[in-house]
Write a protein that binds this ligand. Structure first.
Ligand SMILES: Cc1cc2nc3c(=O)[nH]c(=O)nc-3n(C[C@H](O)[C@H](O)[C@H](O)COP(=O)(O)O)c2cc1C
Length: 371
């Protein structure tokens, strides 16, 4: 993501298309702000019906919970189901636990819009989002009286002070009505304004922190970092053939590991089919711990002898057409930098493979320069 640009995600869940139409109006409002880009994504469907597959929004890409941390602002939209967000949106938000633990969404502006039928419980439904967003520490952008003076008062309209809704079951005009779309665009514009204003401040806060982390890791001995990060480096795995856990040529150490944990493969199988992306990341973390355990052996128990992490190559057991290799391998790269600081930065390749020994979801080849 280009970090000089303000980017706002419009994330929706829709079955019948009304929330999608509001989402597009919100995105239009966001892009009225100079230098702000809207990205439209949808939440995966728990059960995808034929109706959903036929809709125009079927081609909108699915979001992952992890990607929420990349944006400068977030607009959440869902159909109202029994005075609440839909189960699909709820499930998605429950997937943001990792972001919450890292406080990644703290201070990120957010707003909420919803599609209703007759409007039963619509304010409670909007607030059901708000409590989740408050737990994340997000900056809530309400609609207040936005557009209230301009909406067509001869018909029932969905505007509320907490966010726009559309009253899809109300007669008299096509829904969302022009007034509902009008308020939705104002809401998008208001979110974009806050996102644009806060983005430089948030980056300023984040930059010294991450630079400090890297510096801290460089100053601290890697062994100390391993302890601080509470990383448990496992026992060395026994080779099952005529090879060694590592080989050294000059100052370079070569290591290959798979996702073995206590003698068994952690989450065996194909990523995206047998295991989720979150499980793939856990398996990648385990694989990198195995690499570090072997590296410690190669450096006679002293990781401070590592001069540079030179190259990481990740082979991921993925189906044809898979595209999220980089996201999974970032776990290994982040761990290298967390332990070795600047010396942890490396060249990298991430490759999809149709099968990996012992049905591991991942294999990492690593090259280190040592003293
Ligand atoms: C299970 C279920 C529960 C619903 N509960 C409510 C509700 O509490 N209040 C309301 O106004 N509409 C309710 N509706 C109607 C939907 O919110 C409405 O049809 C909405 O426009 C659907 O949005 P979509 O087209 O984006 O899927 C409900 C619909 C379903 C299927």
């Amino acid at each position: 993501m280009i970090k000089d640009e303000t980017t706002v995600l419009v994330l929706f869940h829709s079955n019948g298309g009304t929330t999608y139409k509001l989402a597009k109006a919100i995105a239009k409002g966001i892009e009225r702000q100079d230098g702000v880009k809207a990205v439209l994504r949808q939440v995966p469907h728990i059960c995808q019906s034929e109706e959903v597959r036929r809709h125009a929004f079927a081609s909108v890409p699915y979001a992952t919970p992890e990607e929420l941390g990349q944006y400068d602002g977030l607009a959440f939209g869902s159909a109202i189901h029994f005075g609440n967000m839909t189960a699909d949106m709820r499930l998605f938000l429950d997937g943001t636990l990792g972001l919450w633990a890292q406080r990644k969404l703290e201070g990120v502006p957010a707003t909420v819009f919803m599609a209703a039928g007759g409007g039963a419980g619509r304010e409670a439904a909007l607030l059901s989002f708000w409590s989740t967003l408050a737990v994340h520490g997000m900056v809530l952008v309400p609609t207040g009286m936005m557009g209230a003076a301009e909406v067509d008062k001869t018909l029932p309209q969905g505007n509320t002070v907490f966010g726009t809704t559309a009253l899809a079951a109300m007669l008299g005009t096509e829904r969302p009505s022009e007034s509902e779309l009008y308020v939705a665009a104002l809401q998008g514009e208001a979110l974009a304004k806050v996102a644009k204003a806060l983005a430089p401040l948030r980056r300023q806060d984040a930059a010294p922190a991450s630079a400090a982390n890297v510096q801290e890791a460089s100053i601290n001995r890697p062994e100390q970092r391993v302890q601080e990060l509470k990383l448990e480096l496992p026992e060395l795995p026994n080779p099952v053939g005529n090879y060694t856990p590592y080989s050294r040529s000059g100052n370079l150490v070569f290591i290959n590991q798979v996702a073995l944990k206590e003698g068994k493969v952690l989450y065996p199988g194909v990523i995206g089919e047998d295991l989720t992306i979150a499980e793939a990341k856990e398996a990648t973390h385990q694989t990198m711990l195995n690499v570090l355990a072997v590296l410690r052996e190669a450096t006679d128990g002293d990781l401070s002898r590592v001069k540079q992490v030179v190259q990481l190559t990740g082979y991921l057991n993925t189906p044809p057409g898979y595209t999220q290799h980089a996201e999974v391998m970032n776990v290994a790269s982040d761990l290298a930098v967390a332990v070795f600081g600047e010396k942890g930065k490396h060249a990298r390749a991430a490759i999809g493979a149709s099968s990996i020994p012992v049905n591991s979801p991942v294999e990492i080849q690593a090259v280190f320069e040592v003293e």
